[in-house]
Design a protein around this ligand. Structure first.
Ligand SMILES: Nc1ncnc2c1ncn2[C@@H]1O[C@H](COP(=O)(O)OP(=O)(O)OP(=O)(O)O)[C@@H](O)[C@H]1O
Ligand SMILES: [Mg+2]
Length: 356
């Protein structure tokens, strides 16, 4: 359903040019929920904007349903991180959700019904008449998800959609995504900084390198459904996968490569990205749970869990173009770096910690 071939994107030109993405290839099967993780500034949002047709790649191509993306595809919706900038504050919640449906030529009563149904599916059936400022952050992000769902998109792109909410709300929203994916047959590409989240929600996790971004890991997540915030996270496969993804994000050689006969030795080349570089053809890279050099497993519906999903009851709708950008991504990265620095400080100077 989504084919990305040899994608490159360079911002600017000349000596100040920034190569955000270079030679990135990736396929996403219909109905799959793909999580994309990578270091801050790697080019994840650039990738998402390229898929959404919001920016034109400087090299390679993106195809959705076999069609070359040159502008936002009709059957695509985007959920950005910053709900406060993606909802119109002067419009009621219901009107925010229904607004983009005008482009589909739906009459007012149909728009109203579709908005109400979408709000119900995110647990906000009573909030239609409220205004965004009257809702909590998590509720506002639910509205943004409802607006995307109201389109009945075939492909939903989510850029750090839960980056601005508290941990408990984040878990609720992760479960919401799994739930709506079960009810509305759609393909989802979800970008996240959160490694645990990528494994919990995803059928597959793709790891991007530092800029210029390319795929350094492509791991199938074969955890059972329904997923549960407690038991899934305790599952041995979950623990193993999150460690593998963590190593890939940090550029550390995965354990399965270290253990493989003739594989890289510990410390020999800790950022051995060449060994994990994607195979030609864009069907996944050479790293996944189970052994180095194996192709990523990709079941017809992403994870072989199709029986958990109900049949689609709607067709693709108009795309959503939203000027808001996931600007808080950088901030989150900065916060994380700060946390790491603080963490190191604590280790080096335990007395100082004791005083505080
Ligand atoms: N419009 C732009 N003009 C110039 N450089 C840009 C522009 N947008 C992004 N970049 C640069 O491209 C690189 C990738 O940015 P991008 O937003 O895609 O990263 P990201 O992986 O989404 O980061 P984060 O995890 O922090 O959200 C960064 O170095 C960024 O500074
Ligand atoms: Mg980003």
């Amino acid at each position: 359903m989504l084919e990305i071939s040899n994608l490159s994107h360079t911002y600017g030109s000349g000596p100040g040019a920034h190569h955000a993405i270079e030679g990135l290839s990736l396929s996403v099967a219909e109905g799959e929920l793909l999580c994309v993780v990578g270091p801050s500034g790697a080019g994840k949002s650039t990738l998402l904007r390229s898929i959404a047709g919001l920016i034109a790649p400087t090299g390679g191509e993106v195809k959705v349903d076999g069609q070359l993306v040159t502008s936002t595809p009709d059957n695509l919706a985007v959920v950005f991180q910053d709900y406060s900038r993606s909802l119109f504050p002067w419009m009621s919640v219901a009107d925010n959700v229904a607004l983009p449906l005008r482009r589909r030529g739906m009459d007012k009563s149909d728009r109203k019904a579709a908005a109400q149904e979408a709000l119900e599916s995110v647990g906000l059936s009573g909030a239609g008449k409220k205004y965004p400022f009257q809702l909590s952050g998590g509720m506002q992000q639910r509205v943004a998800i409802a607006r995307a769902l109201a389109y009945r998109p075939k492909l939903m792109l989510m850029d750090e959609p839960f980056g601005s909410v508290d941990a408990q709300t984040r878990e609720d929203l992760e479960d919401l995504v799994l739930q709506v994916r079960g009810h509305h047959k759609m393909t989802i590409v979800l970008i996240t900084h959160d490694i645990d989240e990528s494994v919990y929600v995803g059928d597959r996790v793709v790891v991007l390198s530092k800029a210029p971004a390319h795929v350094v890991g492509d791991l199938a997540v074969e955890l059972p459904f329904p997923r549960d915030q407690i038991s899934t996270r305790e599952h041995a496969d979950f623990v193993h996968l999150r460690a593998e993804v963590g190593r890939l994000v940090r550029g550390v050689t995965p354990t399965d490569q270290l253990l493989a006969p003739g594989g890289p030795k510990p410390g020999g080349n800790p950022t051995d990205q060449k060994a994990r570089k994607q195979r030609p053809g864009g069907q996944g890279s050479g790293t996944r749970k189970g052994g180095a050099g194996q192709p990523a497993k990709q079941s017809p519906n992403g994870n072989g869990q199709a029986s958990n999903r109900q049949a689609s009851n709607g067709q693709a709708a108009n795309g959503q173009k939203n000027g808001a950008q996931a600007s808080n991504g950088q901030k989150n990265g900065a916060q994380k770096n700060r946390a790491q620095r603080v963490g190191k400080k604590k280790v080096r100077n335990p007395k100082r910690k004791a005083r505080t």
